[in-house]
Design a binder for this molecule. Structure first.
Ligand code: SF4
Length: 337
């Protein structure tokens, strides 16, 4: 199901961000935000026209300075002054070091970047960049040391990271994979603005970003590597403190379905087959059937899972079989287990 991704990965087609970078958009940096959005929304028509019409990377015009991608970066910079990158919509002025729920400042950090061979087969080797901080608080987080320490790690200079991405691509990476990217959208857009090489962009997230950010991601992200973990708001609230989870995540998956390609990850949680796995599979089949669906059995009770006895264990073989049966019965076509 990742047809365009494969073409971009093989340099037959340009990645979406390169198309946005080649589209000239007339905007002034001191314009009001609503005006910038209006220019952006009109320019997206041009983007889709170009995306549909381009049959080879050789047809890609050269990058321009006042581009759609630059405009997206400008809008993200403005949003940073009253942050609504994710659906928590804290309104923190991160430029003035006000902290929202994720406690990320304006300068982003990453804990590691490397060629990852443990992702889905079509992605590896995947140049994976692990950002610090997170807008969720999963009680079983396996990366809790970095997700709870947003100011740890290496501070990002966009041009420097663009240089590293270029090198990794030259050494065989199939994509650049931004992990926990949402609080860092402004920095990622700067990195892509500085990047000249063709490389598919993978947005490896919990899909809990705001509607505004989903608009900025259109024309930038090639593959949404999205977690869909909870089939109801109660479980999402209890284990990840994510209010209104289902509405937000389903909205974003539907939008991603029309603007890029989706590799959906369903991490099966112990004791959550009927309340989470089943409704997720059924919703996917009904609304976004042509996704690559990865049913994951890797759950381990990390971090504070011991405080929740019902998830303080690994999956049983019986639970794995039940989850597999649900997926088989659903008729989803492109399933990875
Ligand atoms: S990214 Fe989300 S959690 Fe973090 S400050 Fe912005 S709105 Fe709040």
């Amino acid at each position: 199901m990742l047809f365009r991704y494969f073409d971009a990965m093989k340099d037959k087609l340009p990645s979406q961000f390169l198309i946005s970078k080649s589209l000239n958009v007339d905007f002034k940096k001191d314009s009001a935000l609503p005006e910038l959005w209006e220019i952006h929304d009109n320019a997206m028509w041009l983007f889709y026209e170009k995306l549909e019409g381009i049959d080879s990377i050789k047809e890609l015009p050269p990058p321009v300075e006042s581009s759609l991608l630059a405009l997206k970066g400008e809008i993200a910079d403005r949003i940073l002054e009253s942050c609504i990158f994710c659906e928590r919509r804290c309104g923190a002025n991160r430029r003035k070091k006000e902290l929202g729920y994720c406690r990320c400042e304006a300068v982003s950090h990453y804990s590691a970047e490397f060629q990852h061979f443990g992702e889905e087969p079509e992605l590896v080797p995947s140049h994976t960049i692990f950002f610090t901080g997170c807008n969720f608080s999963c009680v079983y987080c396996q990366n809790w040391e970095i997700s709870t320490s947003p100011q740890s790690g290496i501070s990002i200079l966009p041009e420097e990271l663009a240089r590293i991405i270029t090198l990794r691509r030259a050494y065989g990476s199939k994509n650049v994979n931004f992990v926990t990217p949402t609080p860092h959208t402004h920095v990622i857009l700067k990195i892509l603005n500085a990047l000249k090489v063709n490389v598919p962009v993978v947005w490896n997230s919990n899909m809990y970003y705001s509607q505004e950010i989903s608009k900025l991601l259109e024309g930038v992200v090639d593959v949404y590597l999205g977690d869909f973990r909870y089939g109801n708001d109660e479980c999402a609230g209890k284990y990840s403190n994510a209010p209104d989870y289902l509405r937000v995540v389903t909205r974003n998956f539907k939008k991603a379905y029309t603007s890029g390609e989706i590799l959906l990850r369903q991490l099966v949680l112990p004791g959550h087959i009927e309340c989470c796995t089943r409704p997720i599979v059924e919703w996917t089949k009904e609304h976004i059937p042509k996704v690559r669906f990865n049913l994951m059995f890797q759950y381990r009770p990390n971090y504070r899972a011991y405080e929740y006895p019902e998830i303080n264990r690994s999956l049983s073989p019986e639970e794995m079989r039940m989850a597999l049966d649900i997926v088989k019965e659903s008729g989803l076509e492109d399933v990875l287990v």
